[in-house]
Design a protein around this ligand. Sequence first.
Ligand code: ADP
Length: 194
Amino acid sequence: MQTVIISGPPGCGKGTQAELIAKYLGFEHISTGDILRREIAALTELGKLAQAKIDDGNFVPDNVACEMINNFIKNNQHIKGMVLDGFPRTKYQCLRFDKLIDLIKIKNNICISIDVDENKLKSRLLSRNVKSNRPDDSSIEIIDHRLRLYVERTRSVTDYYLDKGQCEIVNGNGNIDEVFYNIKTVLDKYLEIY
Ligand code: ADP
């Protein structure tokens, strides 16, 4: 199995690009944010635990996020690869994921970190709320909080994989096609695609 991790601040286009990458490579797309939102809608135990955290722009506990990925892999052992969108989100999650990689013998793991100017991120997140109704995009205070959490806790994911020589930073300021073109160049270089 091969894995592609998509990292970057809220509003950088992770979800959109992850979907395009999954289609291009024939991989499964797994978004921890989407899973959590589905759990919230279905009023499950996990959903109840996650709702307050997510609505306020905070993270769910690391163990909960890691467990979600463990479960996904357990149930999808024979897939060609996966695109991880929203995980790992902290250095601790990176370390836990590394152990899992050893265990299930993932042969290629690449992190693509999408870089977008802060002003652009804010305007994208505010306009996303009009369309999607996500409570965590609803106010400038929560958006600012999430951008701060990104700097404090998630930027270390990019640094972690840069240190390992497994990360490329991609310019995400362009339109969807332009960003995907940048990403494809990286995928073609690192993965066994054909
Ligand atoms: P965004 O694109 O805005 O980063 P996501 O859909 O990836 O949003 O995630 C939405 C929310 O779900 C996050 O703000 C966080 O509360 C929660 N979440 C998703 N993935 C994780 C994770 N790996 N660890 C902790 N919390 C997570």
